[in-house]
Write a protein that binds this ligand. Structure first.
Ligand SMILES: *[C@@H]1O[C@H](CO)[C@@H](O)[C@H](O)[C@H]1NC(C)=O
Ligand SMILES: *[C@@H]1O[C@H](CO)[C@@H](O)[C@H](O)[C@H]1NC(C)=O
Ligand SMILES: *[C@@H]1O[C@H](CO)[C@@H](O)[C@H](O)[C@H]1NC(C)=O
Length: 377
């Protein structure tokens, strides 16, 4: 009986492993950005069993020469980051991310407009990545402002990939990974200007895109509360399901798409404490710095203030409220559903912004539960 049971178990394990290989032919990417200004959360604090890639956020080139001038303190952070994460058990791959939401997008626009400044930027970025032992480079340009800048971005990716492959060949290294953080939808209006990402160049030249499926609502509109990372929104096209669908429709392969998940919430101050649903009237931002709280801060806030916590199945998100404070965020349940959505869409993985926002790795762990449950362990 025992022999039969273990044979059966062996069969189930082997069979389900084969099934998993069919479901997901490329390695699943479980990534997160590490904010280099998080002095209380060094790279050594990252539980690398939960991730495959960690992004260093962020570096900016000189705004005139477009080359990187790394200061002494940055150099210490960069080398500590790669050596710590490469020597962890298990090790993870490290990617140097350039730009970020706080960076001046005009620097990228001027750099990308001109072949000689593109070359200066590309060569300097590759040199810095190699010098500090990174496995890849990432561009987070938020955002190209018009169709011409989107076109220039396409040239930049093309020349960047060419330079990476050429240098890898001459030095006999594996080529650096090349990725980019992009808007949730491939085409969008911002300040009334329509623009669309260069899908063909992305498909050809990038290893993958980090689709930023968050910040749909926030402190820039304090009139109503909202689910800032809604998976679905029946009333608008501002949602993850619409955004991911727009990239797929434009021909970007699903295995080159990594879905963004927030480890933070966005807050509002309610007009009336009694009206507290999604879309309730608000008059400002709520608790947290500029209306933003990490998941860990949200959990602490909810507990301390005995906030009411609601799961909203329409948007697949959480919100909590107490008095006039309102917080929209994701927890382990909503993230598990989103990871399942990503797998069903054939996406290659997910990333978190940002790795230091979790509480006891509760959310970051969900992707591991998800894939291991398929192994019937
Ligand atoms: C990285 O910095 C930490 C302090 O934050 C230090 O304890 C550790 O030894 C450093 N590691 C490496 C490999 O430099
Ligand atoms: C391109 O950039 C280089 C270096 O930044 C500059 O010298 C040159 O004048 C620029 N060319 C054009 C056409 O803008
Ligand atoms: C959403 O996008 C589709 C096309 O992709 C369009 O037909 C539809 O009108 C849009 N809906 C809203 C509410 O903007």
């Amino acid at each position: 009986m025992a022999v039969f049971r273990s044979l059966l178990l062996l069969f189930v394990v082997v069979f389900s492993t084969i099934t998993v290989d069919c479901v997901s032919p490329t390695p699943v990417i479980k990534a997160a950005y590490w904010p280099s200004w998080a002095s209380d959360f060094p790279p050594s604090a990252i539980d690398t069993t939960l991730f495959t890639h960690i992004f260093y956020a962020f570096l900016m080139p000189n705004s005139i020469t477009f080359k990187f001038e790394v200061s002494k303190s940055e150099a210490i952070l960069l080398s500590n980051f790669t050596s710590t994460l490469h020597h962890k058990n298990p090790p993870v791959k490290t990617i140097l991310s350039i730009g970020g939401g706080g960076a001046d997008p005009d620097v990228f626009a001027r750099m990308a407009a001109n072949a000689s400044s593109r070359r200066a930027f590309i060569n300097s970025a590759i040199k810095i990545a190699r010098k500090f032992g990174f496995d890849g480079l990432d561009l987070d340009w938020e955002f190209p402002t018009n169709p011409k800048e989107m076109n220039d971005l396409g040239y930049l990716f093309e020349e960047w990939r060419f330079a990476i492959n050429k240098i890898a060949k001459t030095k006999n290294h594996p080529p650096l990974l090349l990725t980019s953080a992009v808007n949730a939808a491939i085409d969008f209006f911002l300040f009334d200007v329509y623009r669309t990402y260069p899908a063909a160049s992305i498909r050809k030249n990038l290893d993958w895109i980090n689709v930023m499926c968050f910040d749909y609502r926030g402190s820039w509109d304090t009139t109503v509360t909202g689910a800032h990372a809604a998976l679905f929104d029946p009333k608008s096209n501002v949602s993850t399901s619409y955004g991911v669908g727009s990239w797929i429709k434009a021909g970007v392969p699903r295995e080159k798409m990594v879905m963004g998940l927030p480890l933070y919430g966005r807050t509002w101050k309610l007009e009336k404490p009694g009206l507290h649903g999604i879309g309730a009237h608000a008059i400002g931002v709520g608790p947290g710095e500029e209306g933003v709280m990490t998941f860990s801060q949200v959990k602490d806030f909810n507990r301390k203030n005995k906030a009411t916590v609601v799961y909203d199945s329409v948007t697949v998100s959480m919100y909590s409220y107490v008095g006039t404070s309102w917080i929209g965020y994701d927890d382990a349940i909503s993230v598990t559903i989103k990871i399942g959505f990503g797998r069903a869409q054939g996406l290659t993985g997910y990333f978190f912004w940002a790795v230091n926002g979790d509480k006891d790795w509760r959310i970051s762990r969900q992707g591991n539960h998800h894939s291991s449950s398929l192994h019937t362990k």
